[in-house]
Design a binder for this molecule. Structure first.
Ligand code: MN
Length: 340
């Protein structure tokens, strides 16, 4: 009898384990996790559909308990990493049907082949600052927001719900309001730091709320020179979109579109910055095809400044990386056009 039970256990166990790992990805329950289904779809096909008898309600709870075991404040990034740890990378079995394999229908070069670059006498030139005008063109941020991946929307929503649980609805509103305000203050402060000294009245009494962010980027500022544009509007004349770049300057000798980001959580890797690299690539392409600018940019830099003042992470994007993200951006732009 004991042996029989043991055998039963043996034959049962693998099945249970399998269910455990596959049910979370079941498309019916988790439509947002469609990308993550790639691992299970393969084995599903081989085995036929033996999961229909599974008590889905029961496992839903189990999955919930696994994914929500932390009570600390999380960002979409940390949740994403956490899920990645729990479930493993989703693209082992076959490439995801997403952006990685697609190529834009109407490809357009990032670099403008027709632009002649004039030799610059950079010292005398003030950075450009073209004001953003209301136009019919959509902005880069709007396009990215409206084409956000279901996975990202899911993690974002989950983070939001968690924050509301912690802070209350009003508390969360206050929190996001301050987040935006401090972001704006920080950008304005950097703009005045990067302007040539003669033109700016410095020591405007820095806000204590952003002093951490400012000391965080101090070491990055030492590598920045030859500022060509600050908080300046860019528009892609052919692809018809616009945006406001934080800064165009040399970083360690290479001309970059620079985007400052504020963060309360570490983002040590470029992949932690979600759509930020697409945004930077979009700005580079726009600058290169905007008649207001007479230079050409092929690199990008994303600087993550930390509220607590710890050293900012700077993520340099070389021309190869920029081209990769440019293709991803073109796909998102096409997706946006299809929707609107
Ligand atoms: Mn920024």
């Amino acid at each position: 009898l004991v042996r029989m039970k043991f055998l039963q256990l043996l034959s049962r166990k693998p099945g249970k384990l399998e269910m455990l790992f596959q049910i979370p990805f079941c498309q019916k329950q988790f439509p947002y996790l469609s990308l993550a289904t790639s691992t299970c779809l393969c084995s599903k096909k081989k085995k036929g559909n033996s999961y229909e008898q599974v008590d889905q309600e029961k496992y839903k709870k189990l999955v919930y308990s696994v994914t929500s075991y932390k009570t600390s404040a999380q960002t979409p990034e940390t949740i994403f990493e956490e899920d990645n740890l729990i479930y493993g990378p989703p693209d082992k079995c076959r490439p995801p049907a997403g952006a990685e394999t697609k190529t834009p229908k109407n490809w357009f070069p990032l670099i403008n082949p027709n632009r002649r670059i004039l030799p610059l006498n950079s010292d005398s030139n003030l950075p450009m600052k073209i004001p953003l005008q209301r136009k019919k063109m959509p902005s880069v941020t709007r396009i990215l927001q409206q084409t956000i991946s279901p996975q990202q929307a899911f993690y974002l929503e989950r983070w939001k719900q968690k924050m509301i649980l912690e802070l209350g609805k009003d508390g969360f509103e206050e929190y996001t309001k301050n987040l935006f305000l401090h972001g704006e203050l920080f950008h304005a402060a950097l703009e005045s730091v990067l302007l040539p000294e003669k033109t700016t009245a410095k020591d405007q009494g820095e806000d204590a709320a952003i002093s951490g962010y400012l000391s965080s980027v101090q070491h990055v500022l030492e590598d920045i020179s030859d500022v060509r544009a600050l908080e300046s509007a860019v528009q892609h004349e052919t692809l018809q979109y616009l945006g406001l770049v934080d800064c165009v300057a040399k970083y360690r000798g290479q001309l970059c579109v620079i985007d400052w980001k504020t963060s309360e959580k570490p983002k040590p890797l470029l992949k932690n910055t979600f759509d930020n690299p697409l945004q930077v690539a979009a700005y580079i392409g726009a600058i290169n095809h905007d008649a207001n600018y007479d230079f050409q940019v092929s690199c990008g830099l994303i600087v993550i400044a930390y509220k607590n003042g710890s050293a900012a992470h700077s993520h340099f994007m070389d021309p190869g990386l920029c081209s990769q993200y440019w293709n991803k951006w073109l796909l998102r732009l096409e997706e946006y056009r299809d929707k609107n």
